[in-house]
Every structure is written in structure tokens, then in C-alpha cells.
Ligand binder design. Structure first.
Ligand SMILES: O=CC(=O)O
Length: 313
């Protein structure tokens, strides 16, 4: 397989990069700021692209690689891959579902607890020596709250299960009601936001879900409501979120993702009622390693003519 060209379009864990390098003729996109810097011979040798949540393959890149057969993403989200183009051109696409579900759901609960119980801020309170001047202020209880989930897929369901363990009531919005679900369904995100304390975004990013959290939803969640985003930054109209937080129209936000990563609106840095994480939903050694194995397994299956492990297209 050493003659098969693979283009890596994102920084991945060293294990994945090393394995790709051992098995294939690996090109790293950052060595070629423009694809035209690759020789024609190299371009035509590339049969696979490997990306992740922050870099995929747009129509430009797909068109520039005439022999591309498969795009394998080390992520569950594939919003940066032009899926329609892949379907048109018969290019296979794989992602890494399931193996990361627990990790992302765990982080969602971590964000909720950190935000409501002000864990980061209390930690800073102790470190700064302020405890000696008095007790830390009271915070907000999580157990028993109503958790509204936008997108009751694998990750949304895992967040719901975990929230049940905190005696929370669960409700959700999705495109269609899940007949098999015991949770309360709302046919719009505004209704969901009006009826929950904590709104968690856990749906895939598509044209339809872009800015699904808009001014109306934020206002419906209100000054006692909390927004948690472990999906994609573009699910949220970020300037609207920032102004709602600055104006006290929203209780708080726990965000693992942002519209223009790694850039985060600096107005948020001085707010006490936000928790800001650098897109680390899947960011553990254990989970990134099994994601890497899935990428490698999909590529191997493809090039051996076997069924893909996690085909999307
Ligand atoms: O953001 C992470 C993923 O899509 O896996």
C-alpha cells in the first residue's frame, strides 16, 4: 500500500500520523499551502484524504484530486466535507461515530456542572487567596433541572441518560418525533427552550441547523436558562449569544465550540457565567486512539476491497 497517496488535511494525534506514514505515501497539506505546489505525479497518486472536525474536503480540494476514492474523517461531524460532491463523484466517506459518544456526553455533563456550580471560578477563588476573606457565593443546583436536548441522536441520547441519573426531566427537539422515545418532544427549538432550564445542542451541523440557536431561542431560554454547546460553533448565532450574555438576557453558557475556532469573542473572557473550552469533546488519549484506529481500519478495508467499517457515503 506504500504507493497509495494519502493527503492529511489536519493535525491529528502522532499515532495516527505515524501509522498513516508507515502504511501509505503520506502528504501533509501544511507542507503545500496550495495544492498546485504538489507535482502532478503526486496529485494523481492521492487516493485518500484524512481529516477531522476542523478540516475536511471542500469541492475545490475534491476537484483538485482526480483519483480521490475515499475521505476518512477522524470525527463524527462531517460538516466540512462536501458530501453532495462526494455522492456525485462516487467518493466514499467515513467518520468515527459511536466510539466517541460517551466522551462527548461526559463533557456535556461536565460543562453543565462546571457552569452551574461555578467550578472554574471557585477554583480561581481559592488560588487567589480570596477564600480567607469569606465564603464563596452560592451557585445553582443541577439535579432535578429540566434538560432540553437539540438533536436526540447517539450523543443527545447519551446526554439524556446521564441527565436522568441527576433526576432531571428530559425533553428534546429533533426534525421528527422519535416514537420510541419516552422523553417529551417539542416541535420547535423555541418551544423547547421555553420549557427547559438547560438547553444542550447535540445535533449535526447542516444547512438546516446553522444558527438553530438564534435570538428568539436565546430569549426563550431566558435569564435563568443555560446554553450548552458541544455540537458546532455554527449552530449558534454567536454575536446574538454574546449580546444576550452581556445584557443579562441569558443565564450562562458552557461552550466547547465556537463559530470561528480558535477565535473566541473576547467579550466572553470577562464574564463569570460562561465556561469556555477549546473544542475538546473527544479530546482524551483513549478516545482519540480508537478514533484513529477506525480511520485506519476504514482505509484498510477500502483499499483491500472489503466493506467499510463506518460508511457514511
Ligand atoms: O467535533 C468532534 C467530532 O465531530 O468528532
Amino acid at each position: 500500500m506504500e504507493s497509495i497517496g494519502v493527503l492529511l488535511v489536519a493535525k491529528v494525534i502522532p499515532y495516527l500520523e505515524q501509522e498513516l506514514n508507515k502504511r501509505y505515501n503520506l502528504f501533509r497539506i501544511w507542507d503545500y499551502p496550495h495544492i498546485s505546489q504538489l507535482s502532478t505525479q503526486h496529485v494523481t497518486s492521492i487516493r485518500a484524504v484524512v481529516g477531522r472536525s476542523n478540516a475536511g474536503a471542500d469541492s475545490h480540494l475534491i476537484d483538485a484530486l482526480p483519483n480521490l476514492e475515499i475521505i476518512s474523517s477522524s470525527s463524527v461531524g462531517v460538516d466540512l466535507i462536501d458530501i453532495n460532491k462526494c455522492k456525485e463523484k462516487g467518493i466514499r466517506v467515513t467518520n468515527t461515530p459511536d466510539v466517541l459518544t460517551d466522551e462527548v456526553a461526559d463533557l456535556a455533563i461536565g460543562l453543565i456542572l462546571t457552569l452551574l456550580r461555578k467550578i472554574c471560578e471557585s477554583d480561581r477563588y481559592v488560588r487567589s487567596g480570596n477564600w480567607k476573606c469569606g465564603d464563596y457565593k452560592l451557585t445553582t443546583k443541577f439535579s432535578g433541572k429540566t434538560v432540553g436536548i437539540v438533536g436526540l441522536g447517539r450523543i443527545g441520547t447519551a446526554i439524556a441518560k446521564r441527565s436522568e441519573a441527576f433526576n432531571c426531566s428530559i425533553c428534546y427537539y429533533s426534525r421528527t418525533q422519535k416514537q420510541e422515545s419516552k422523553y417529551k418532544y417539542y416541535p420547535s427549538v423555541v418551544e423547547l427552550a421555553s420549557n427547559c432550564d438547560i438547553l444542550v445542542v447535540a445535533c449535526p451541523l447542516t444547512k438546516e441547523t446553522h444558527h438553530i440557536i438564534n435570538r428568539e431561542v436565546i430569549n426563550a431560554l431566558g435569564p435563568k436558562g443555560f446554553l450548552i454547546n458541544i455540537g458546532r460553533g455554527k449552530h449558534v448565532d454567536e454575536p446574538e449569544l454574546v449580546s444576550a450574555l452581556l445584557e443579562g438576557r441569558l443565564g450562562g453558557a458552557g461552550l466547547d465550540v465556537f463559530e470561528n475556532e480558535p477565535h473566541v469573542p473576547e467579550e466572553l473572557f470577562r464574564l463569570e457565567n460562561v465556561v469556555l473550552l477549546p473544542h475538546v469533546g473527544t479530546g482524551t488519549v483513549e478516545t482519540r486512539t480508537v478514533m484513529a484506529d477506525l480511520v485506519l481500519g476504514n482505509l484498510e478495508a477500502h483499499f483491500l476491497g472489503k466493506p467499510l467499517l463506518t460508511p457514511l457515503v
